[in-house]
Each structure stands twice: as structure tokens, then as C-alpha cells.
Design a protein around this ligand. Structure first.
Ligand code: DGL
Length: 262
């Protein structure tokens, strides 16, 4: 079956937790009548501290799970797996696979700036995926990449309002400041949850959340479903209640997600 003949099948998302909901929310806004599945792999969070081999094994299990569910596309709503696993797995499945970094690089390369900052997980930063993909299209942008190891846990553990979290964020911001980027890419899908804190250091208009551009890319590429109902089903690999609590900023879940360990 051709990838475009599956238009009635659901669109699947995955991330290490609630981060991917920042992408899911934007896609749902543009494609409200599709049917959706979302896997939050909370037991393996944070992805950003795992090796490439570990991440490929994890991503393969999630893709296999979605293959059984007959999906038409899998959205890698996660920068880390896009950087570390997409190249290896991209031809192994008969559904479309959308990696966030590679899908938004073109738009990012056209930002009217000379200096760009990227905050992301250690794995994404060590891969230099953002700098590589953007500079391939526009070599004149100078890109400063800073790894932010603690930030994902702040979101997943619902610690947004704790003074210690502010300090951990400030440390990384201080590292970025001397490079004077004109705009900053939030290169981890968890980081838009931290916008209220980051706004204390940067004007909100200079913080780029790639998910809107990613959603537009998916909409333009995907064959839409004329019979969809807008249904959604969430799965997590641990602690459903925690996922429901942590997700609130971007998505109010009606029910607890289903627990599925892969
Ligand atoms: N939200 C994911 C990303 O965009 C993964 C973060 C993590 O678990 O380290 O990279």
C-alpha cells in the first residue's frame, strides 16, 4: 500500500514524556479532524542522557508498537530521537516518519539573524544536528549550542515554580549570554513549558518554538483524512497520573493515559 493511501489511519506521536504535546497541540490545531495516538515514554525519560544505541532500541520498539496500530505517520515530537535515530530508522517502516529538526531546518535557516542560539538536550547538542542542518542551507548564520541537562526533569517533575529550577535555568542562560544570539531555538519539545521563566531573560518574540513550523510542514505533506473524528488516545510507559498532571499547560487530558510498557 502506498504511504498516501493510508489517509484514514491515525497519526502517531511520541516523546519521552509531555514535551511532544507542544507539537501535538499545534498539529491538532491545523488538522482537527484527524485521529491521534500519543506515546509518552516516561520510563525512559530523559532521552537526552542516553546513548545513540539505547535511543535506537527505544525508538524501534515505539515504531513497532505503532506499526501494529496501523498508523499513517509517526511524528517524532522529540528533537533528541530526531537527531540520534532518524537516519538509522527512516527506511524501515511503511508509514511516514517526520523528524522535528530536519523538518524545520529550512524555515530556521531563513530567520533574519546573524547569530542564533540553540538550547537542547545533551544528546541533541553533541550531535550538532541543528547547526549542521541549518548551516547546510545557510552557512552564514553563526550558531551557539548549549546543552541543558536538568531542564526536562523540571518539566516532567512539575517543578516549574521552585527556586532551584530558576537557578538551573539561569546557569544555562548565563552560558548563552556572551554569544549574544538574536534569536534562540527551543531545541527540545519540553522547553516551551519553561517560556514563563525564560521570558525573564529574553523577550518572548526571540524565543523560537519550532513546533508551529513543524505542524505546518506535516500539514502540507500529509494526505488528510476526510473521515476522521478527531479522536485521541494517550499511552505512557510509567506513572499515568504524573503525565496527566505535567501535561496541563499544553493539553488537558480527559482521562488517564493507558499504561503500556514496550
Ligand atoms: N522532548 C525531547 C526532545 O525534544 C526529549 C527530552 C528528553 O527526554 O531528554 O529532545
Amino acid at each position: 500500500m502506498d504511504k498516501n493511501d493510508k489517509r484514514d489511519f491515525p497519526i502517531a506521536f511520541f516523546d519521552s514524556g509531555v514535551g511532544g504535546l507542544t507539537v501535538y497541540k499545534e498539529v491538532k490545531k491545523l488538522l482537527p479532524n484527524e485521529d491521534y495516538l500519543y506515546y509518552g515514554d516516561t520510563i525512559n525519560m530523559p532521552y537526552g542522557e542516553k546513548t545513540q544505541e539505547e535511543l535506537i532500541n527505544i525508538a524501534r520498539k515505539i515504531f513497532d508498537f505503532f506499526a501494529e496500530k496501523h498508523v499513517k505517520a509517526v511524528v517524532m515530537a522529540c528533537n533528541t530521537t530526531s537527531a540520534m535515530t532518524y537516519e538509522t530508522l527512516k527506511n524501515d517502516y511503511d508509514f511516514k516518519i517526520y523528524p522535528i529538526i530536519q523538518s524545520v531546518a529550512k524555515v530556521m535557516s531563513k530567520l533574519p539573524v546573524e547569530r542564533l542560539g540553540v538550547f537542547a538536550t545533551p544528546a541533541t547538542i553533541n550531535s550538532h544536528a541543528y547547526a549542521r542542518e541549518i548551516n547546510k542551507l545557510n552557512p552564514s548564520i553563526k550558531i551557539t549550542e548549549i546543552a541543558c541537562p536538568a531542564w526536562v526533569r523540571i518539566v516532567e517533575e512539575n517543578r516549574l515554580n521552585q527556586p532551584q529550577s530558576l537557578l538551573q535555568i539561569k546557569e544555562r542562560v548565563n552560558e548563552m549570554l556572551p554569544h549574544m544570539p538574536e534569536k534562540i531555538i527551543l531545541g527540545c519539545t519540553h522547553y516551551p513549558y519553561l517560556t514563563e521563566i525564560l521570558k525573564q531573560f529574553y523577550p518572548e518574540k526571540d524565543l523560537i518554538d519550532p513546533s508551529k513550523y513543524f505542524a505546518q510542514f506535516i500539514k502540507d505533506d500529509l494526505a488528510s483524512n476526510p473521515n476522521g473524528t478527531g479522536s485521541e488516545h494517550f499511552y505512557v510507559s510509567s506513572n499515568p497520573q504524573n503525565f496527566k498532571d505535567a501535561s496541563k499547560l499544553f493539553c488537558e487530558l480527559k482521562e488517564l493515559p493507558e499504561l503500556v510498557k514496550l
